[in-house]
Design a protein around this ligand. Sequence first.
Ligand code: ZN
Length: 336
Amino acid sequence: MISLERITFYLSERKIHTPMTPASPSSPADLLISEVGPRDGLQSISAVMSTAAKCRWIDALAAAGLREIEVGSFVSPKLLPQLADTAAVVQHALRHPGLRVMALVPNLRGAQAALAAGVHKITLPVSASEAHSLANVRKTHAEMLDELCAVVQRVRAHNATAPTPVGVEVGLSTAFGCTLQGVVPQDAVIRLALACAEAGVDEVGLSDTTGMANPAQVRRLFRRLQQELGERAGAAHLHNTRGLGLANALAALDVGVRAFDSSLAGLGGCPYAPGASGNVVTEDLVFMFEAMGLRTGVDLDGLLRARAVLREALPDEPLYGMVPEAGLPQGFSPTH
Ligand code: ZN
């Protein structure tokens, strides 16, 4: 029996990305959209997608121009049977040149499996709320930081002989509020982010795991994160639980965030708000940025094709998104 708490933890967000780079004529994009559906989405629904369908979906996502995909999670198959085939999915995703293949790992054991599978980046979820951390992984912050240090050491040993170094990122889940603890003080989030950076991770991002963030809070916390961590300040992983996903993404953009997690069709729903999308919807996020004249490198028609692949694979699952429902506006042309 999988407890809701543990599922919630693994839902807990993460993600780190390439540091923001200024646009230039040779730069293909202004922003990085990191697709998390194959991990974040699939782990939060009960249906199990076949390996073949996951591979078709990832192919369609890569064809749409997504440059980073979190393809799965190296956790116990007993805990998350939906992601038991992550190693095989990684193997398949690695065929796409130019695609950064990421996986979530909760601990050293998962990191070892991820390295063996050949991922480009691993990401660890660290709960900003200690109550959340204790409830879900039965680890205090200090114990989780020990685990993180062990993972970093292992990855460094791997990188010493690897042709291409593997990156390590942390996503601070419940950074904007926690259903167990309630308010998560900003200072506590920043202290933990600094501790993760000191442990040697490449980037630390912030995740609105419970969909509690508002735009003013997003501005404040990302500004602080950037002041304290500089280029090691990572991505925004936002949820649309209360309808503020895009508003929060815009707030993060305003203060200089250039990497965003999102999920095709907002896959995964949300345990806290039935009928609301969980993750920010990739189609809507890409549309917003492209309509603003910002290059994402992602093709909206390609996303709609990927959505059709997803629909076929999960016919009973609700798919979210306003742009796919309404269609692109007349005369709309994406930014190139
Ligand atoms: Zn999420």
